[in-house]
Design a binder for this molecule. Structure first.
Ligand SMILES: O=C(O)C(=O)C[C@]1(C(=O)O)C=C[C@@H](O)C=C1
Length: 379
């Protein structure tokens, strides 16, 4: 067969450009349709995230893709990415206001990142939002006058003091906090205020364009029925609510947050002490190591105070970290004794304990690695 010319390559690339432009036209059409769906949802108070619709749609598109000789995972990946834009654009339309008669929503610490996100969401839902930040305390009484909801969104180490500092709130007012520990703030709110109280923990950072698919933990305090509307409002923003006792939440957070951050901190300290050449490490890192390095490195792009708060504000962190050290010492002993068989036996024992989760985590991280690789470019 004659060698195909580079002219032919150019011609083919031109045709690919045409197809990609068609894709753009289709995407524009889809975004417009989603905009219309968004305004109907806004009127009817339907949640931004429609899991059943998504599952049915993805299943259908996968079947159709298979029939057309297109890899089904390709259309699923594309649609999931496209729907991320849908959530953001539906956000902009605004949300139905579930409780239009409630008094102003006061966000204490409303100039912070999380406070800003919640004030935007409340405003997009038609509520009057007032901010009570550090310098506003001389006017606190005026700002809190007639408040329907008070949201405490300040750093953990200030939370209890700030709650104590609040003047007496209207009896009907809902008092809630957004701190990442729940028992102490909940107790402080219950003793401060006689009315409805609830502790929330948004399980996400503040740099989000939408709450779709995000989880908010709810720890009930008092008069649940009187803040149901607020939970409904958060559902409309797209979040899933996970109800749990505050003690259960705090215990899980020890392992999920405090210990993880502490371990990442120690690993970062070790890299620093070893004077690791990060550039060089990246050159030698396969995507999984790159991701692991990123998980550690991203910690240090953030606020030391915030992480200090998370690690130091939980009374159990010290005991937990000591237990972790015990495991580290045990593993070190195996290494000292060249006990590879012992290592393998323990490895298998841990694998059994992880059970099906191990496979699930492997597949989830596999997808993350693929998309991390997609985002790399040399140009
Ligand atoms: O069908 C809807 O309800 C939409 O909002 C549109 C759409 C989509 O982009 O297809 C976006 C979000 C929902 O979770 C489901 C589907």
């Amino acid at each position: 067969m004659a060698e195909r010319s580079s002219q032919e390559l150019d011609r083919l690339r031109d045709r690919i450009d045409e197809v990609d432009k068609d894709l753009l036209t289709l995407l524009r059409r889809r975004l417009d349709l989603v905009g219309e769906v968004g305004s109907i949802k806004h009127e009817q108070g339907l949640p931004i995230y429609a899991p059943k619709r998504e599952a049915a749609m993805l299943m259908k598109r996968r079947e159709e893709a298979t029939l057309m000789g297109v890899p089904p995972q390709l259309i699923e990946d594309l649609l999931r990415r496209i729907m991320r834009e849908s959530y953001a654009s539906e956000n902009d339309v605004g949300f139905k206001c579930i409780n239009p008669d409630v008094g102003p929503i006061v966000i204490v610490g409303g100039a912070g990142k999380l406070g800003t996100l919640f004030s935007q969401l409340f405003r997009l839902s038609g509520y009057e939002v007032r901010i009570l930040d550090k310098d506003d305390w001389p006017n606190a009484d005026a700002i809190l006058d007639g408040a329907g909801v008070v949201v405490v969104s300040v750093p953990i180490h200030h939370t209890n003091a700030v709650i104590a500092q609040l003047p007496t709130l209207p009896k009907e007012c809902v008092l809630l906090d957004l701190t990442s520990i729940k028992q102490a703030p909940l107790a402080a709110m219950l003793s401060k205020h006689q009315g409805p109280v609830v502790g929330l923990h948004p399980m996400f950072g503040p740099d989000l364009s939408s709450l779709a698919k995000q989880v908010v933990v709810v720890c009930h305090g008092r008069d649940e029925a009187r803040y149901q509307w607020l939970l409904e409002q958060i559902r409309i923003w797209g979040a899933r609510l996970h109800e749990a006792p505050a003690s259960e939440h705090d215990q899980a957070m020890q392992l999920v947050q405090a210990m993880r951050h502490f371990t990442a901190f120690v690993y970062g300290a070790h890299l620093r002490r070893e004077r690791a050449d990060l550039d060089q490490l990246l050159q030698f890192s396969s995507p999984i190591y790159r991701l692991e390095l990123a998980m550690v490195g991203r910690l240090f792009a953030q606020d030391a105070k915030l992480y200090g708060d998370i690690i130091f504000s939980q009374p159990d962190t010290l005991a937990r970290a000591r237990h972790y050290m015990d495991r580290y010492q045990e593993a070190l002993k195996m290494l000292e004794h060249g006990d590879k068989a012992g290592f393998e036996a323990q490895f298998n024992d841990i694998a059994d304990w992880f059970g099906d989760f191990a496979k699930q985590f492997q597949s989830e991280s596999g997808n993350m690695l693929l998309s991390a690789n997609d985002n790399r470019s040399e140009a």
